[in-house]
Design a protein around this ligand. Structure first.
Ligand code: AMP
Length: 617
């Protein structure tokens, strides 16, 4: 599936993945420190106390050269490459599994038994690989090997490089090399803790480190700046995607008004989140997983290039339907009214490299912009939403072509309009396609008003509401209570597929029954099983993916790499010992795939508990 396979990237800028503007020339020092990193990871895993974890990381980072510490910081945040890069290794769990089996001289059964004990391929590698003397591997060299693997074409070439690397490592080093390759260290170390450790190691504040890391999207480069006392020099880098601000669910209108005094309310559109970077006429769009998606939406860059200033925008791309029942014909003959179409319609446009003219005509998209992070050289994320909203309004109004909205002011304020907003600017000639739209904003001061807005949003075909604190800054990558979401299904969960089974009847040859899990700290615990709900085409695609990403083949059932996120709805929740989580769902059904979410963004057991406790029946 295209969204799961990121393209290899050649933009890497040197051995440490540190961008040219913050790093003065590559420093290539190989030392035998992969072993030291692995030992530090063991100690980090052995404690649950955050302060101890950051202490161990800080001490380790200080004991290394800056170059080694920079690469280690990337690895310690569970990544093979800095966050901003799109590079991935593209080595499936199955290939890694085979390499480990081969190097260990073990058969499938022995490896499976070990996997059952550990539930983690890195730990399996540590157990089964032969002991060997000091490998002499340094973290910088491991990083270089990762670059080679990412750049190699085809599974055979990649597997050969992985084999070469793992043949050299000691079992303990292999444990962490494999964990980094699978993107999950499982030592209870979030990137935020690595940030805190950098702050401790170099005597700066965690906030300074976080800010620089957010701007650079590169914890290694951030470490360098911290070590050199230059954190303040970190600058916003256009065309490097930033983290997205996330929302917490609320179950009622009352709850939606309970966290802050002044709420801005917007429709919750059912499309895909996109961050637009616009600079000097060049435009790139990034998805929530920080993949570039510009090519899938060729109509948007042209429209965005007309912005009066360089900017970074946040919004939702939706399939757009022009409302031509009552076309508005201004002097400029622009028709700008319409509504978002269901996500299933937009889905046909996703993951395409080439978009046909027919697609462009039949499924036009619009970019509903609701936030601005940067404009005209100024970093805006620290400003309150009320100010950002004003700047966004002005910037879009200053765009080339402005058409006016026909709803009255009072209709607009109360949200009682059939339309979704005005076309901020687009191409006059293309009268039916509204490209860039300022997402309309409303106010609600009472639960009744909120309910009215919710009903109106649903009547327009949207999912529900977003309720945002007008005084809040933009906090990338954080799910706080400054943004709230009120959805149609009062309770849905985003879950990770952990095992799959062949279906019955017409689904006999395809993997259509999915067991799924939520997070309990670092562990995924199963909570339910659902029979499809996806379209036949999706099931076919998923079947191919699961076959390729099987960790353990149990015949009728396959344990798969925990990467696929689904949104599941259910009628209610029960306590049950059927699943590891201790809960079970009644009538679970798959609402849709969530290709825009990575596994670590799935819901947690706390959220399950909240839903369970909030149930009325
Ligand atoms: P969820 O995907 O259910 O966690 O809900 C959050 C998502 O809603 C965001 O990531 C956006 O993709 C989407 N969304 C739709 N409309 C808005 C809006 N007006 N403001 C913010 N996010 C929105």
């Amino acid at each position: 599936m295209s969204f799961l396979v990121r393209k290899p990237d050649t933009r890497g800028t040197g051995i440490h993945g540190v961008s040219a503007d913050v790093h003065s020339g590559p420093v290539l020092i190989y030392s035998c420190d992969m072993n030291k990193l692995a030992e530090a990871c063991e100690r980090i895993a052995a404690t649950t106390k955050k302060l101890e974890k950051t202490g161990i990381v800080a001490e380790y980072l200080k004991s290394r050269t800056i170059a080694e510490a920079a690469v280690s910081a990337v690895f310690l945040s569970g990544r093979a490459f800095p966050a901003w890069e799109e590079t991935t290794l593209q080595v499936g769990g199955r290939s890694l599994w085979r390499v480990v089996a081969e190097l260990a001289g073990k058969d499938e059964g022995e490896l499976t038994a070990s996997y059952r004990r550990h539930g983690d391929l890195g730990a399996v590698a540590a157990e089964v690989l032969p002991e060997q003397a000091d490998s002499g591997l340094g973290v910088a060299e491991v990083f270089e090997r990762f670059r080679e693997i990412a750049g190699a074409r085809g599974p055979a070439a990649k597997t050969a490089l992985v084999r070469d690397l793992l043949a050299r490592t000691t079992p303990l080093e292999a444990k962490y090399v494999v964990k980094i390759m699978t993107g999950d260290l499982r030592i209870g170390l979030k990137e935020s803790l690595v940030e805190e450790a950098i702050a401790r190691a170099f005597g700066v504040t965690a906030i300074e480190v976080q800010r620089a890391n957010m701007l650079l999207g590169d914890i290694g480069a951030t470490l360098r700046l911290a070590a050199e006392g230059r954190l303040a020099e970190a600058r916003m880098r256009m065309f490097h995607p930033l983290g997205f601000m996330l929302a917490s669910p609320v179950e009622s209108a009352e709850e939606g008004l309970s966290y802050f005094a002044e709420a801005e309310v917007e429709d919750k559109y059912d499309g895909i989140r996109a961050q637009a970077h616009v600079s000097g006429g060049e435009v790139k769009l990034f998805s929530r997983t920080r993949d570039e998606i510009t090519e899938s939406f060729p109509e948007l860059p042209d429209a965005l290039a007309g912005l009066a200033q360089d900017a970074i925008l946040d919004g939702e791309i939706v399939a757009w339907e022009v409302n031509d029942a009552e076309p508005e014909m201004s002097e400029k003959k622009a028709v700008n009214l319409g509504r978002a179409r269901p996500f299933s319609v937009l889905q046909q446009r996703l993951g395409r490299k080439k978009v046909s003219q027919r697609m462009l005509r039949e499924i036009p998209v619009a970019y509903l912009v609701f936030d601005i992070l940067y404009a005209g050289g100024e970093f805006l994320m620290d400003r309150p939403l009320s100010e950002r909203a004003k700047i966004l309004d002005e910037l879009l109004a200053a765009g080339r072509k402005i058409t006016h909205h026909r709803d009255t002011e009072s209709q607009r304020k109360t949200g009682k309009t059939g339309t979704q907003g005005k076309l901020a600017f687009g191409d006059e000639e293309e009268i039916v396609t509204a490209h860039i739209i300022r997402a309309p904003t409303f106010r609600a001061a009472s639960p009744e008003q909120m309910e009215e807005l919710f009903v109106a949003a649903q009547a327009r075909g949207n999912e529900g509401l977003m309720i945002k604190d007008l005084n809040s800054p933009y906090t990338p990558g954080k799910r706080g209570k400054a943004w709230l979401k009120m959805k149609r299904e009062l309770a849905t969960l985003d879950v990770v597929v952990t095992a799959v089974e062949y279906g019955h009847g017409k689904r006999i040859g395809v993997l259509s029954d999915y067991t799924f899990a939520v997070w309990d700290r670092d562990r995924l615990v199963n909570i339910g099983k659902a029979y499809s709900g996806l379209t036949d085409a999706e099931i076919t695609e998923m079947t191919a993916w699961f076959l390729e990403h099987t960790i353990e083949d149990q015949g009728f059932r396959r344990v798969v790499e925990p990467k696929i996120v689904l949104e599941v709805a259910f009628n209610n929740m029960m306590l049950s010992d059927r699943h590891e989580s201790g809960y079970a769902l009644r009538f679970p059904r798959i609402v849709r795939l969530r290709p825009d979410k990575s596994a670590d963004e799935a819901d947690t057991i706390q959220r399950v508990r909240e839903i369970y406790e909030g149930q009325t029946e």
